[in-house]
Design a protein around this ligand. Structure first.
Ligand code: FAD
Length: 426
């Protein structure tokens, strides 16, 4: 009875349901595939994965391989399509069960289906939801049809009726005999078709990928600096690492589970302080879950021009708007500063993201999907659900029925009153 864990964006050993279940088998191996399709160009003209996220991903895989090795589990890494590699591995290692965490967006489903078709019927593909704060079985709605259209209704019901599950411990070590002789290599940025680069010293995200680094950041933000005790007051900041948690990239790659963050938050509230600020991190993690459930319910509509509201607006696509927006050459200095930050670092604050997205979709009235696709390419913390659902929301085709537009000048006055942020980037 041998098992294989197909890692995707659950790059951790603690609180990993697939790994825990797989370790109940006699022998277990791990596999990660850098899927070549993730390194090609999209129909919007951008590389699907740019160098910032690819670097973070490589680091996360390296750390995962080391952590698994400490449990006597080998991680085999390939630059190939999963459906081409995994069937061979299952035959060679006599695998009967493959464990994988569930994804439901179209590209992920297509890969899953291709793999299912390539596997013999004797091999089971066992999927489980593992990147939510509130597990789907613990939601206070019996079907997704009942999912509230607006966030506040979702949050209130979840806060009242749902519980966050306790994180699972990392598995106990397997016997040494479980380790394979077989060695594989993590592809370099160059092999992935990307350029090596030096980190911009101005970056607000000076961190590396990997579970250990995510846990170190959690420890630093909660226990060493106690930044969490001021989170609500600082979260709209623009400069430096301290203004917000910066958990997003570890969450997006599954190096940290939201339940681990929640458990630490509760501990902090018991041992240090419980206030509006500590609550607000929980609030934001519920936003993250809300968008995951919106995506689970609406499927491919989140990528469509009319969004989940099926709204028809007159979207522009002509001229050099896109180039000017990307390069920070628009008439709005605040937008320009944020777009330059993204281009040079792969990161942008939440305040910045809201402003540049509103400018693109609501002020310039350009096809919002180009903005979302550019973010997909560039963001270190790209997460399909958070990105496309936030973009829909700000473009008036998602969960905000008020169809708002940001006043960019006013936003710059409030959040960058001395122009310090704009000076840093312009
Ligand atoms: P914190 O303020 O410390 O928040 C803690 C955590 O809460 C975040 O790590 C994130 O997991 C969650 N969170 C906070 N705000 C949101 C939100 N608006 N929506 C969903 N989750 C949230 N976040 C991503 O992780 N990946 C994306 O691809 C992404 N694209 C975005 C695109 C647009 C247009 C906008 C407006 C927002 C996007 N966000 C995305 C949400 C948010 O901007 C980032 O999660 C946040 O800025 C990351 O920094 P942080 O971890 O320090 O956040």
């Amino acid at each position: 009875m041998n098992s294989l864990v197909w890692f995707k964006n659950d790059l951790r050993i603690a609180d990993n349901l697939s790994l825990s279940k797989a370790c109940e088998h006699t022998n277990t191996i791990g596999v990660y595939c850098f899927d070549p399709r993730q390194f090609t160009h999209t129909t919007f003209g951008f590389k699907k994965t740019e160098r910032y996220r690819a670097k973070f991903l490589r680091e996360s895989i390296k750390v995962l391989a080391e952590a698994l090795r400490s449990k006597n589990i080998s991680l085999l890494v390939y630059f190939a399509k999963p459906e081409e590699v995994i069937p061979h591995l299952t035959a060679f290692h006599k695998i009967d069960s493959i464990y994988v965490h569930s994804e439901w967006t179209s590209e992920e489903l297509a890969v899953n289906n291709a793999l299912k078709n390539a596997l013999p019927s004797s091999v089971a593909l066992i999927e489980s939801h593992d990147n939510f704060l509130f597990h789907p079985q613990d939601l206070p709605f019996s079907t997704l049809e009942e999912l509230p259209k607006v966030f506040t209704a979702f949050r209130k019901k979840c806060e009242k009726y749902s519980k966050v599950r306790i994180p699972l411990a990392a598995p106990v070590p397997k016997p040494k005999s479980n380790l394979l002789d077989q060695k594989t290599k993590i592809p370099s940025l160059k092999e992935l078709g990307l350029d090596e680069f030096e980190q911009d010293p101005r970056t607000a995200f000076p961190f590396q990928g990997g579970e250990a680094m995510g846990l170190a950041r959690l420890n630093n933000y909660f226990w060493e600096t106690k930044g969490i005790a001021q989170y609500k007051k600082t979260r709209n900041g623009l400069i430096g690492a301290a203004y917000s948690s910066k958990f997003s990239a570890w969450l997006a790659n599954g190096c940290l589970s939201p339940r681990t963050i929640y458990a630490s938050l509760k501990e902090f509230e018991t041992e240090v302080i419980k206030n509006q600020d500590t609550y607000w991190l929980y609030f934001e993690l519920i936003w993250r879950d809300f968008f995951r459930y919106v995506s689970l319910k609406h499927g491919n509509s989140i990528f469509k021009l009319g969004g989940i509201l099926e709204r028809n607006y007159d979207w522009g696509r002509e001229g050099d708007h896109l180039e000017k927006w990307i390069n920070g050459n628009t008439p709005k200095r605040f937008v320009n500063a944020n777009m330059k930050e993204l281009k040079h670092t792969g990161f942008m604050s939440n305040r910045g993201r809201q402003n540049v997205a509103s400018f693109w979709a609501k002020e310039q009235k350009q096809d919002w999907r180009f903005g979302a696709a550019y973010f997909e390419s560039m963001l270190i913390d790209y997460d399909v659900h958070s990105n496309w659902c936030n973009w829909m929301y700000l473009s008036g085709v998602g969960n905000d029925h008020r169809d708002r537009k940001f006043n960019i000048e006013r936003q710059a006055e409030i959040y960058d009153p001395e122009g310090e942020y704009q000076k840093q980037w312009l």
